[in-house]
Design a protein around this ligand. Structure first.
Ligand SMILES: Nc1nc2c(ncn2[C@@H]2O[C@H](COP(=O)(O)OP(=O)(O)OP(=O)(O)O)[C@@H](O)[C@H]2O)c(=O)[nH]1
Ligand SMILES: [Mg+2]
Length: 442
């Protein structure tokens, strides 16, 4: 599906600044990624412009001389769009628009635009629109008019012109409506997730385009949309996957991460990302062929931290090993990441080893228990069913061993597997029944 037919011809100039605190990301790598984002959004990148500055100019992002140079360049090229590698402040937007007289987009705006074209489900659409409105709102506060110029094309998907053009109060109203809708979706999802308790839940995480959906498809024989484009997946999909040894897991595929993922998006995708937060373990899919794969790993770790999921058991998986040009590269990665699995999701290489490793990671945090619970304690039995994986359940009679009360009572003998956390919660409650001993019915 190509939503961008109309705007496919939009040509763009990319602009990035190299500052001393640019850490390990080289501006060219950063612009490579920006170019990929731009082409995902349907733009044709004609030129790149970079400038080394001790810090970004607070008024025009790049220096005054560069602004003139940029103005000349877009005049020559007849560019439709200038895309900045960092987020612009309202002041920078206003000044640059005045100086360049051209449609401007910053990194967050571009990512939001891609999300808007990708969103299929009602949930994703609501989440993206909410993020876009929050993004626009901060830009509307001090700078109003630049939006009227953005008619059609990249940077204008999602919330229709109507909301943008009316006024901030209307945007506020719309945000309230969307939040209410999201709450409803959230409640439905919570109900759905409850039905899945007791299973080992594993979430696929990773940089966008690493191959999460492809791995999901291979493991679950599923048909999740996978494509060589950024942010192919926006919705969480869950499938049963056999892990071997009669064990099953519920595997969730979800939205990919990227450097400088707009905070607005993380906020509004919170419920989609609950799959990550609530899982028992994570599989971190890494594109082994990407020259910046180690930086991607860092970005994913940081994003997991932001989500409060940094401490979950995690299995790193280097994917696309079929496409690694140099065999030495594989050896080097294996030496650096001895705990990782190495697979090709597309060609089905290394999957048995991957599953075995995953089983180990998952088991590490699970315990097996047997408990006798009086049938009268139906809430307790229900809770165990809800939060643990019950492997066997028998109904029999038991005496509680006290000399004063010899009457056998009906009990359930439950064997279950559960996360260590649940065990710590429930063990003190089960203590009351510790004295129960199975006996014949009298
Ligand atoms: N050569 C090779 N290509 C792969 C492999 N796994 C995935 N790909 C390709 O990588 C691209 C991205 O795959 P996806 O599965 O969509 O990646 P994703 O991580 O789900 O990406 P997003 O949903 O965008 O975050 C697709 O073109 C896949 O065909 C692999 O093992 N080998
Ligand atoms: Mg995907």
């Amino acid at each position: 599906m190509h939503e961008h037919n109309l705007s496919a011809a939009e040509t763009a100039v990319l602009v990035g600044v190299v500052t001393s605190d640019a850490s390990r990301w080289d501006v060219n790598d950063s612009l490579d990624e920006l170019a990929e984002l731009a082409s995902t959004a349907g733009a044709v990148v004609t030129d790149r412009m970079t400038q080394a500055l001790s810090r970004v100019s607070p008024t025009t992002y790049i220096g005054a001389g560069k602004v003139t140079e940029l103005k000349r360049l877009i005049g020559e090229r007849g560019s439709d769009l200038v895309i900045f590698d960092d987020d612009l402040s309202p002041v920078q937007v206003r000044n640059l628009e005045k100086a360049l007289d051209c449609k401007l987009l910053d990194r967050s705006g571009l990512i939001l635009d891609i999300f808007a074209t990708r969103a299929r489900s009602a949930a994703a659409q609501t989440q993206v629109e909410l993020a876009q409105l929050n993004y626009l709102r901060t830009r509307l506060t001090r700078h109003w008019t630049h939006l009227s110029r953005q008619k059609g094309g990249i940077g204008t998907k999602g919330p229709g012109e109507t909301q943008i053009e009316t006024d901030r109060r209307l945007i506020g109203d719309r945000i309230a409506v969307l939040k209410e809708r999201l709450k409803k979706i959230d409640r439905q999802r919570t109900v759905q997730r409850k039905g899945r308790a007791g299973f080992t839940r594993v979430a696929l995480v990773g940089y966008t385009n690493a191959g999460k959906s492809t791995l999901m498809n291979t493991l679950a024989d599923a048909d999740v949309f996978a494509e060589d484009r950024l942010f192919a997946t926006l919705d969480a999909t869950t499938r049963h996957v056999p892990l071997g040894g009669g064990r099953q897991m519920l595997l969730a595929d979800t939205v990919g991460f990227i450097r400088k993922l707009p905070h607005n998006l993380i906020e509004s995708f919170k419920s989609t990302l609950d799959e990550v937060r609530e899982s028992d373990a994570l599989v971190h899919v890494i594109d082994a062929t990407h020259p910046r794969c180690e930086d991607h790993i860092e970005v994913v770790r940081a994003t997991l931290g932001e989500l409060g999921a940094a401490d979950k058991p995690l299995l790193p998986v280097f994917n696309k090993v079929d496409r690694l040009q140099e065999p030495a590269l594989l050896g080097a990665l294996q030496a650096r990441f001895p705990e990782a699995a190495f697979v090709s999701a597309l060609r089905g290489i290394g999957l048995d080893h991957f599953k075995a490793r995953l089983l180990e990671v998952v088991e590490r945090d699970f315990v097996e228990r047997t408990a006798y619970v009086p049938v009268a304690e139906s809430q307790m039995i229900a809770r165990i069913h809800r939060e643990a994986e019950v492997t066997s359940e028998e109904y029999l009679y038991a005496r509680n061993g006290s000399p004063t009360d010899e009457t056998p009572i009906p009990v359930a003998r439950l064997r279950f597997r559960c996360p260590r956390e649940f065990d710590l919660d429930i063990r003190p409650l089960l203590k009351r029944f510790a004295g129960l001993e199975a006996c014949a019915q009298e």
